[in-house]
Design a protein around this ligand. Structure first.
Ligand code: CA
Length: 707
């Protein structure tokens, strides 16, 4: 049960002179009395976010404004002087499992989150930690999360920091003290729902989604009352079992697009990251995820579009009622989520002023929609793709390549993009000065082959796809897709639907983006850098060593007349874990999680990088060819998603090839089967793996350690 809120007393004081506006039917209105606001810490509400441009020194919401443009009007740091940008302060974080947060800055205090759903308040001028809240997420939740234990940020509302935890809780903290005010459970903890996304303020409510489409859950989003934490509405992104009765007509309509017993595997469609809110239209936009499991032929064997997978769904912000949807990938079978960043902007298209919503989802097409009606205005691919030839503007649907449905052809096919997507959660930025959208884009194809022996497992991801070691021949990609793995900052003209410029990056998994009125674009990269580009030309103007790969998007704010650029550095996430073979080929990657803030002529300095640990001698190879091969196959299915393909660590989790555990069957089994390290996130796998299986996996890792 939620603890009773302390808000009503405060609300009464705030509203006393304006009783008429404190009616229950109306959102609480921010007091226009400036003296009052100044005495209240972190006093953000929907009205203040709507007027965010009146206080560009703050960063009041996840995307700075409701438009989620991640563009700042601050211009003290600009193309002329960005070369003088230096470190102002840094703060080491006590968790290094990958950082993805967008901090909020209000009146000199920076509120961030870190891995394991921890929340920090930091003096934004000095970097001094004011408080940290640890929601004590049990380690077992690591294995229920496809993609690491990251968190992408908090929202602030009237003196409270509101954040979600990996194990499904929504919590409200006192912004001054960090004390817990209320906490509510938003998911059924018996299922593998996880939350890594940031909640968003929508009027007088807060909305939160969840993840778990790789683990057999049914996706939904919930809006809660900000005062009490009580549920106001819930919208399911896929229909449930018809025998249980549908929640409403929209669910019945969606069920028409499914076949078979889709509900048995949850259906997926989880909204794990992106939301946007248009206060004028009173619409909230929800980006939804992939199907559970991945191949449509398993989940919905008679075909169908499978609404609302891989879609942008517009809901009435007050009631949660369905208004419209656009499905970016009908009948998804490739993990092509549409959970990616959505940007709202007003653009002139064909001589007409249009209110648009823009998204570059995983599937590689850049979509421009009318955000009032959901009408598709335009769509072009922003990197090469081979699953579809184009989007047919007459039907609004992709024209799929003839053999793209690997789950129907049953062939192993390399598809571009793969499940990493042409663009993932890493936020983009729209700069109204240049009219360009800056996309942290990439090429990352992968082999898909339907797992013909698919059986859902009680632990570990249930993809239904054999991506790591498909037997038989693989249909490869043509030459134009090489090199396969490429990362780039792409400046995209959303009106012309074409590339303006690109800045290639050494590795494919890079960070989110910020653009500013200083004609700058800031972008953190996998090669341990924060870089600044001329927003118009793409010329790189500045770069600094972050000592760790950057995934999170930078933000900017100013205090006492000085502009700061801040970013939470820290390597991690699913591709950092999975594809060490690509992202950490030399094995030298380290992860140091920190908040870094830069200003003109800052005078702080990072400590020297710690020396990398010496690699221990590998134990002697044991087991025959057969046992090692069997271990490799089991490893691919159960271990690779966290510990890396071919046992090559991405630099976040321990490199198993160097682990002292692999030298002893007893020690290895105590961890892998009995769960001796469950508090650190390594669950015991006795439900899925036998002692013999564990020994085969050990033989495989020892073999790899000797390569
Ligand atoms: Ca997914």
């Amino acid at each position: 049960m939620p603890r009773r809120s302390r808000f009503p007393a405060i609300a009464f004081i705030a509203c006393a002179p304006f009783l008429a506006s404190c009616d229950r039917d109306e959102p609480p209105v921010a007091s226009p009395v400036v003296e009052e606001r100044e005495t209240r810490t972190a006093w953000i509400d929907a009205e203040r976010i709507r007027n965010a441009d009146a206080e560009p020194h703050n960063w009041l919401a996840h995307g700075r404004t409701f438009s989620e443009q991640r563009y700042s009007p601050l211009d003290q740091v600009n193309t002329d002087n960005v070369g003088n940008l230096e470190l102002a302060w840094y703060l080491d974080l006590d968790t290094s499992r990958g950082q993805q947060a967008t901090p909020i800055v209000v009146d000199g205090v920076l509120y961030s989150t870190s891995a394991w759903s921890k929340v920090q308040a930091v003096d934004a001028k000095t970097g001094r930690l004011l408080w940290q809240y640890d929601p004590q997420v049990p380690g077992i939740w690591d294995v229920r999360a496809c993609c690491g234990v990251q968190n992408r940020g908090a929202a602030i509302w009237q003196g409270r920091v509101i954040s979600a935890t990996l194990d499904g809780r929504l919590i409200a903290l006192d912004a001054v003290t960090g004390e817990l005010i209320w906490e509510i459970l938003t998911t059924d903890q018996a299922q593998s729902y996880t939350i890594t996304g940031a909640p968003r303020i929508i009027g007088d409510k807060i909305i939160i989604g969840n993840g778990g489409a790789e683990y057999g859950v049914r996706g939904y989003v919930t809006a809660y009352d900000l005062e009490t934490g009580e549920q106001v509405w819930r919208f399911y992104t896929v229909p449930g079992n018809p025998a249980d009765g549908f929640e409403d007509d929209t669910q019945a309509m969606a069920a028409e697009t499914w076949t078979g017993e889709w509900w048995a595997q949850g259906g997926g469609g989880t909204a794990w990251d992106s939301f946007a809110y248009d206060p004028e239209l009173n619409l909230v936009y929800v980006g939804t995820g992939n199907g559970s499991p991945w191949p449509r032929s398993i989940r919905s064997p008679g075909g169908g579009d499978n609404l609302f997978l891989a879609s942008i769904v517009a809901l009435d912000a007050d009631s949660g009622e369905y208004r419209w949807h656009y499905q970016t990938t009908p009948g998804d079978t490739w993990d092509f989520t549409a959970t990616q960043h959505m940007i709202l902007a007003d653009l002139e298209i064909d001589g007409q002023q249009r209110q648009v919503l823009m998204q570059a989802p995983k599937n590689g097409f850049f979509f421009v929609l009318d955000r009032e009606t959901g009408e598709l205005i335009s769509a072009e691919n922003f990197v090469p793709v081979n699953w579809a030839t184009h989007i047919d503007m007459a039907t609004g649907r992709p024209v799929e390549a003839i053999d793209a449905r690997y789950d129907e052809t049953l062939a192993a096919k390399k598809i571009a993009p793969g499940p990493a997507g042409s663009h993932n959660w890493h936020p983009m930025s729209y700069n109204p000065d240049t009219g360009l959208v800056y996309i942290p884009a990439r090429q990352a194809p992968l082999v898909y082959k339907r797992d013909e022996e698919f059986e859902p497992r009680p632990i570990g991801a249930n993809l239904g796809v054999n991506t790591w070691d498909p037997p038989g021949e693989i249909i490869d990609l043509p030459e134009e897709f090489m090199p396969e793995f490429q990362g780039m900052l792409l400046a995209w003209d959303p009106v012309e639907q074409k590339e303006a410029w690109r800045a290639g990056q050494p590795l494919f998994e890079n960070g989110g983006v910020l653009s500013t009125a200083g004609n700058l674009v800031f972008h953190g990269t996998a090669d341990d850098r924060l870089k600044a580009y001329n927003a118009q030309s793409g010329e790189q103007l500045w770069s600094t060593d972050t000592q760790s790969g950057v995934l999170a998007p930078p933000i900017t704010y100013s205090i006492d007349g000085e502009q700061y650029i801040a970013v939470v550095a820290g390597w991690g996430g699913v591709y950092a874990n999975l594809l060490g073979v690509v992202l950490n080929a030399d094995g030298k990657r380290e992860n140091i999680s920190r908040i870094l803030a830069f200003k003109l002529n800052g005078d702080a300095e990072l400590p020297a990088r710690p020396a990398p640990p010496e690699a221990p001698e590998a134990p002697a190879i044991f087991g025959g060819e057969e046992q090692i091969a069997a271990g490799g196959s089991l490893y691919g299915k159960s271990c690779a998603i966290c510990h890396g393909v071919a046992a090559i660590s991405g630099g976040v989790l321990p490199d198993l090839r160097r682990s002292p555990m692999i030298g002893s069957a007893e020690a290895f089994h105590s961890v892998v089967i009995d769960g001796a390290m469950v508090d650190r996130g390594m669950a015991g796998w006795s439900e899925v793996l036998s002692d013999e299986d564990a020994e085969a996996i050990r033989a495989f890792i020892v073999f790899m350690a000797n390569q």
